[in-house]
Design a protein around this ligand. Structure first.
Ligand code: UDP
Ligand code: MG
Length: 139
């Protein structure tokens, strides 16, 4: 069964949207298999977003994701990666459809409420960055 990592980003945490977002993903039929709240330090944030190291928005993104505690979750299900990203909508909330998480809650292209893994390889890397084997309750 496919797994994906979801982060509830600081803008959503500050507005009390963690449960609402997790609930939307559960309603897709995705199964919650790991969950924690944590405050990333800069080094952890840089590791998570390593693929974007050379992008102009990298340093701002790292500052942002480490600015408040966040919620990290792993979900499992059929096409979990694609299902979660579809429910999240486009990266830029201005381009996300209404009814998607970013379309409904995102503030701007950086403060876009959620992270979702973009491939099986990313999901595996990201889930193992946030969770130990013992913290994952996979069926
Ligand atoms: N981001 C940003 N400016 C941009 C593009 C992305 O601040 O021009 C931020 C945004 O928070 C996004 C994250 O960097 O979610 C990772 O970017 P990516 O292209 O991987 O988008 P995602 O996979 O999250 O949709
Ligand atoms: Mg991405």
């Amino acid at each position: 069964m496919e797994k994906t990592l979801v982060l509830i980003k600081p803008d959503a945490m500050q507005r009390g949207l963690a449960n609402t977002i997790l609930s939307r993903l559960e309603k897709l039929g995705l199964k919650l298999i790991a969950l924690k709240m944590l405050h990333l330090d800069k080094q952890f944030a840089q590791q998570h977003y390593d693929i974007h190291r050379d992008k102009p928005f990298f340093s701002s993104l790292v500052d942002y994701i480490s600015s408040t505690p966040i919620v990290a979750a792993a979900f499992e299900g059929d096409k979990a990666i694609e299902q979660a990203r579809k429910a999240m909508g486009a990266t830029d909330p201005a381009k996300s459809e209404a009814g998607t998480i970013r379309g409904d809650f995102g503030v701007d292209i950086e403060h876009n409420s959620v992270h979702g893994s973009d491939s099986a390889e990313s999901a595996e890397r990201e889930i193992s960055l946030f969770f130990t084997e013992e913290e994952i309750f996979s069926s």
